[in-house]
Structures are given as structure tokens and as C-alpha cells.
Design a protein around this ligand. Structure first.
Ligand code: FAD
Ligand code: PYC
Length: 416
């Protein structure tokens, strides 16, 4: 879209925005594609973009059962960091963090990436030991992370109460390169850039079946808008991955839980960073609109309903009020939930599957937004070349059989 002068912008606004160009075409499904991506969240759209941009596969469709970014991509609390424990994870999440640093320029779309720092609080001796272990491990693998005393933590985030509270702040791990981004801008930015490279983005198109040929390889997908032939299907369906994979006869070690978040009424800029507390199950930042963005833990029960138990968000709010007493009188405006797909080791699966031509990107649980560009980048490589990129090579399905787990339960930060 061309930049508008102030007057022309006003005129266009008053005329009901007639004349504004659509950001991506409203594509009709074709009969055949070289590759089909199931799921129009950040991971699926990003994968289609990198398939076209880096692997020159442009006969690609993204099939989305609802609207672009209407899944977890548009429901998350947008925390971005790469302070995971193991080398495999640090490589994956830091690959993503480096891509975030240039994403607005690369997509020519402002994803509002803000490296305001992510501070993870320690409230117990055990927390302190675990956090320090993460700090040392991260620094050893070249990922920034530093240990702060309670006074340093308060200096970094002045609203923090480090006084004599039920969960005293014993210190914090700070990743200064961490921060937030505007979640739906990420979906829209990738959608627009992929569309410009010829990718068809097809909304309101649910995949209902995956057909295989006599050799067992992927042949086509059945959708609510007709049959589409393709030799390659990449599934990036987050909380509904088990349902989609079952269509090809594959059972994955995934459990789907509701995870919820809420926002307050907007207030002036008051909160300078992101603060997370694993022990208390609450995390908080302030959006550019001024709302406090607050997240809670997962529900205890598996479910596909996009709402969580009220007591879970009540608990998170109590914790936030204890840590930041100045927020006690703020009103909450709305809350919502998303369905997160959780693996036994809390690390994702980005891999080929036993079905030739079928690839899966899932298991991000409560923490896949931060990985969006990196995950999409290596998933596109895997689909295009039919082999994993070195970064996602450890994130196989087989690890749950052969025991090469990547246990990131502590780094996942949200209890699940
Ligand atoms: P999604 O955005 O969910 O996209 C999957 C898409 O697949 C959906 O749009 C869905 O409609 C579509 N789909 C499903 N089935 C079909 C089908 N049969 N046919 C066609 N389409 C289908 N992560 C972080 O890193 N930081 C955070 O702060 C953070 N906070 C979170 C807070 C909440 C409340 C929630 C719910 C999640 C949070 N996450 C966070 C996790 C993060 O949102 C997800 O891991 C990430 O967005 C997953 O992206 P995705 O593109 O894989 O999935
Ligand atoms: O993975 O950092 C994270 C996160 C924060 C809130 C939900 N997930």
C-alpha cells in the first residue's frame, strides 16, 4: 500500500475506507497445489512465506478453518524470549529471536517487536537454583540471561513489591533481548508477504480428511470447500493437531488444554518490561494501548473449549495484586482462552512423520508465539527438502519412543 498524506488518509477514513487495497487476495481453492499448509496461524502462514521466499515453492495454499490469526496466534500474551535450558532449545528459540529482530523490515510490516526485557521471578530456594542454572546454561550457549538481586529486580521494574509478601522475591533472571510483539500483526504481515509471492490464503476452509495413495503417501486433502490434490501437507494446527493427524492415521503424544489471559482497562505507560512468575502462575506486561496484559496457568483438565476456569484467572489476579499492589483498583475488561497442545517433555515437534509427504509442527504448548519465525523457517526447510533443518533435527516424534527427550518443563514457565 502506498503511504497516504494526512488529508488523503482522513478522506479515505471518512469514505468508509473505500479504495484501500486488501492486504491479501481472497483466494479460491484450486484443484491442486505443490504443498498445502493446514492452519492459518503464525506458524502456518510463516511456513508458507518461507516456502515461497526461500525454497521457490509458490503453488502453495494455507487452509484455515476460521480466520487468519483467530487461533492461539491472536490469543496469546505475546511474550518473546529464548532463555530455555537445553542447547537444542536455545538454538531453536534464539534462531527465532534473531529473526524477530529484523522481521518488521523483512516483511515490510510493523510487528511492533519491543525488546523491553523479560524478567522471571524466583520466590523459593528451589526457584533460585533452577533460575541460576538457566542463566549459566544460557550464557554458556551464547544466549543472554543475567541474575538480578531483589533490589536490582525492583530497579528494573519499579512497580514490583519486593517487601515481606507471601511469595517473597528472592531474585530474578532477566533476558534483556526478550520482549513482546503485536500478535495479529505477525499473522497479517506473513499473510500479506506470502500472498505477494503467490501463496493462496484460504479462510473458512476446514480440512476434514487426508487421503493417501496405494503406497501410503499423501495424495490429497478433503476440505469443506472440496478436494485438493497435493503431494505435501504441513500441519500447523496447534490445539487441534491430534484431530488433524488422526485423519492420516497418526496418533501423537499430545494433550490439549485451555490456557487463558485477560486485559485490564488501559492506563498510562507504567509497566516497563515483562514479568513472569512460574511459581505463582502469573505473568504481566503492558500493551502499547495501555492495557495490562495478564496471563494465568492452564486448566487442570484437557478440553477443546476456548475458555478456562474462573478460579485459575482469579488466582493469577490475586498474585498480580500481591506483587504489584498499585494494580489493586484496576478493572479487568475481558478474558479469553486458547487451546494449547502439550507434549510430555514440553518441547515442540517439528518433523517428518511416518506418512510420506506429511509433516507436522506442533506441541508448542503455552509457548509457541515466541518461536513463530524460527519455527516457520525450519519447518519450511523440512517440507521443501523432505529432511530436517539441523535446528529442528532433535524435535522428532520418535524421541518419545527412543527417550531423547528435551525436558523444558521449567523453562516453559507456565504450569502445564
Ligand atoms: P494457531 O495460531 O492456533 O493456528 C492454528 C490454526 O489452525 C488455527 O487458526 C485453527 O483455526 C487452524 N485449524 C485447526 N484445525 C484446522 C483444520 N482442520 N482445518 C483448517 N484449519 C485448522 N506463546 C508465547 O511464546 N508467549 C506467550 O506469551 C504466550 N501466551 C499465550 C497465552 C494464551 C492465553 C495462549 C492460548 C497461548 C499462549 N502462547 C504463548 C502460545 C502461543 O499462542 C501458541 O503456541 C502459538 O500461537 C501457536 O501458533 P500456531 O500458528 O501454531 O497456532
Ligand atoms: O512462553 O513465555 C512464555 C509464555 C508466557 C505466557 C505464556 N507463555
Amino acid at each position: 500500500m502506498q503511504p497516504f498524506s494526512g488529508l488523503s488518509l482522513l478522506r479515505r477514513g471518512l469514505s468508509g475506507q473505500r479504495g484501500w487495497t486488501q492486504q491479501w487476495r481472497r483466494a479460491e481453492p484450486k484443484g491442486a497445489y505443490d504443498a498445502v499448509i493446514v492452519g492459518g496461524g503464525g506458524h502456518g502462514l510463516g511456513t508458507a512465506y518461507y516456502l515461497a521466499k526461500e525454497h521457490h515453492l509458490t503453488r502453495v495454499a494455507v487452509l484455515e478453518k476460521g480466520w487468519i490469526g483467530g487461533g492461539n496466534t491472536g490469543r496469546n500474551t505475546t511474550i518473546i524470549r529464548s532463555n530455555y535450558l537445553f542447547g537444542e532449545s536455545a538454538a531453536l528459540y534464539d534462531h527465532a529471536l534473531k529473526l524477530w529482530e529484523n522481521l518488521s523490515q523483512v516483511l515490510n510490516y510493523n510487528v511492533m517487536f519491543s525488546q523491553r526485557g523479560v524478567m522471571m521471578l524466583a520466590h523459593t530456594v528451589h526457584d533460585t537454583q533452577v533460575s541460576k542454572r538457566h542463566v549459566h546454561a544460557n550464557r554458556a550457549s551464547g544466549v543472554d540471561n543475567e541474575w538480578l538481586t531483589p533490589a536490582d529486580a525492583k530497579a528494573f521494574c519499579p512497580p514490583l513489591n519486593i517487601g515481606d509478601i507471601r511469595y517473597p522475591v528472592l531474585g530474578a533472571a532477566l533476558q534483556r533481548r526478550g520482549g513482546t510483539a503485536r500478535h495479529d500483526a505477525v499473522a497479517w504481515g506473513y499473510a500479506r508477504a506470502a500472498d505477494a509471492l503467490g501463496v493462496d490464503i484460504i479462510e473458512n476452509c476446514e480440512v476434514t480428511g487426508i487421503r493417501r495413495d496405494s503406497n501410503g503417501a499423501v495424495e490429497s486433502v478433503e476440505t469443506t470447500r472440496g478436494l485438493i490434490r497435493t503431494p505435501k501437507v504441513g500441519v500447523a494446527a496447534a490445539g487441534h493437531t491430534s484431530v488433524v493427524m488422526k485423519m492420516a492415521g497418526i496418533q501423537l503424544p499430545l494433550e490439549s488444554y485451555p490456557l487463558q489471559a485477560l486485559v485490564s482497562e488501559p492506563v498510562k505507560p507504567i509497566f516497563p518490561c515483562v514479568v513472569m512468575s512460574n511459581t505463582i502462575h502469573a505473568y504481566i506486561s503492558q500493551s502499547d494501548k495501555g492495557e495490562l496484559v495478564i496471563g494465568a496457568g492452564t486448566d487442570a483438565y484437557t478440553s477443546y473449549t476456548q475458555r478456562g476456569g474462573l478460579h485459575i484467572s482469579g488466582h493469577a489476579l490475586e498474585a498480580v495484586c500481591e506483587l504489584f499492589p498499585m494494580f489493586r483498583r484496576l478493572r479487568m475488561l475481558r478474558n479469553w482462552g486458547g487451546i494449547v497442545d502439550v507434549t510430555p517433555d514440553r518441547s515442540p515437534i517439528i518433523a517428518k512423520t511416518p506418512v510420506p509427504g506429511l509433516y507436522v509442527n506442533c506441541g508448542w504448548g503455552t509457548g509457541g508465539f515466541k518461536a513463530t519465525p524460527g519455527s516457520a523457517h525450519v519447518f519450511a526447510f523440512t517440507i521443501a527438502r523432505d529432511e530436517p533443518h539441523p535446528i529442528n533435527a532433535p524435535f522428532t516424534i520418535e524421541r518419545f519412543r527412543d527417550g531423547h527427550l528435551i525436558d523444558e518443563a521449567a523453562a516453559a514457565a507456565v504450569a502445564h
